[in-house]
Design a protein around this ligand. Structure first.
Ligand code: ZN
Length: 378
């Protein structure tokens, strides 16, 4: 039978005075007794102790009060100390705390941080991926992407041929002023909703909302919006926007491992149609390049300014952004400008861009067409 050691030398840091105080430690089944020469013995109950590293000496044992304030620390160098405590007080020792105790607060904070990191990663990386991809994907892919989105939209199957002719002729005219060869088939579609809006789909389709047709008072005004949308197509903005959405759901899938999330992302595009993920920078660029197109096509740029002024007015009247006034469908699409850069700023930019051309004389776009007589909603 080996003798059980119950006495150990130690050092006490009492948290009040500087320096360590040598103590004699005595182990009992219920408590640790600390003896300092010339002082009363100190009794530490095991349940008030918290152990630091327990596998190797020196052992650090903290003593706490009822509020779990651990002020005093006992340091024991003897490598046999821990084993002796376990032997003399196996039950009491299980009541002591160790520093490896699970810290829920820290854990929650860690999880929060992780979620934030993943979220930031997705937000940062997916646009980056999309932007890397967008210049490499072939036009045929863009076209099929645009066609599948178009299929989700309840566009007018039998549009008024006179109205459609004005729109398509305007687009064709603008297209002739595009520098170099452009690979897209810029086809106009009409969406029978009262909202004042228009959108460009990847690969060519341009969808004009009936509300916009009603608000426009001349072919020149229509030309302003169409030039803007044409630039979204040519600059691959819509494609980039769709890819950003797609990339976001795909990166998300890497984390949650759910292919359905990707499919959901694709389906959700229908809900994001009003923006197609376009950024303010893209919008400003489409404005600027759109106005350039208007000017090189010799179309009166005041039309573009006027329609954008109307859209700005519409925007301020429709605030806060609410549900759309849809005629035949329940599609919820927010107003044109709620997703576009600040209207007033845009009008100011366009006006500035037009200024050098103020003295030019403009011939009417379609002198033989009475747009206000044929436009829908009258
Ligand atoms: Zn736009």
């Amino acid at each position: 039978m080996t003798a059980r050691r119950l006495q150990f030398p130690g050092a006490l840091f009492d948290g009040k005075s500087a320096g360590k105080h040598p103590v004699d430690i005595e182990l009992t089944p219920r408590e640790i007794i600390l003896k300092k020469p010339g002082h009363k013995p100190i009794h530490w109950s095991y349940s008030n102790l918290r152990w630091g590293a327990i596998t190797t000496s020196p052992f650090h044992i903290e003593h706490g009060d009822d509020n779990d304030e651990f002020m005093e620390t006992l340091v024991v160098e003897d490598p046999g100390f821990y084993a002796s405590v376990l032997k003399i007080a196996p039950d009491s020792f299980s009541a002591t705390k160790t520093q490896t105790d699970f810290n829920w607060k820290l854990y929650a904070a860690g999880i929060g941080l992780l979620i934030f990191a993943v979220y930031s990663f997705i937000k940062t990386v997916s646009p980056f991926l999309a932007d890397k991809m967008v210049d490499k994907i072939p036009v045929t892919w863009e076209v099929s992407m645009g066609q599948s989105i178009l299929k989700m939209l309840p566009v007018e199957q039998k549009p008024d041929p006179k109205v459609l002719k004005v729109l398509q002729n305007t687009v064709d005219l603008l297209e002739q002023s595009v520098e170099g060869n452009q690979p897209y088939n810029l086809q106009v579609y009409i969406l029978p909703v009262k909202q004042v809006n228009a959108l460009a789909l990847p690969g060519g389709p341009i969808v004009v909302f009936e509300g916009l047709l009603n608000q426009a008072e001349s072919p020149e005004e229509l030309a302003g919006v169409l030039a803007h949308e044409i630039q979204h197509v040519l600059l691959r903005h819509s494609t980039r926007g769709v890819l950003r959405n797609l990339a976001q759901s795909m990166v998300l899938t890497l984390f949650i491992g759910d292919v359905n999330a990707v499919m959901e992302g694709v389906v959700n595009l229908a809900g994001e149609l009003e923006t197609l993920g376009l950024s303010r920078e893209m919008e400003a660029q489409a404005d600027r390049k759109g106005m350039e197109l208007i000017l090189s096509a010799n179309i009166d740029p005041n039309g573009m300014i006027r329609i954008f002024e109307k859209l700005t007015k519409e925007e301020s009247e429709n605030l806060p952004k609410g549900k759309s006034i849809s005629k035949e469908n329940d599609m919820e699409l927010s107003s044109y400008f709620s997703t576009h850069p600040s209207g007033q700023n845009r009008v100011a930019q366009l006006t500035k861009q037009m200024q050098p051309h103020e003295d030019r004389t403009w011939t009417p776009l379609f002198p033989n067409v009475d747009w206000n007589a044929i436009k829908p909603g009258n």
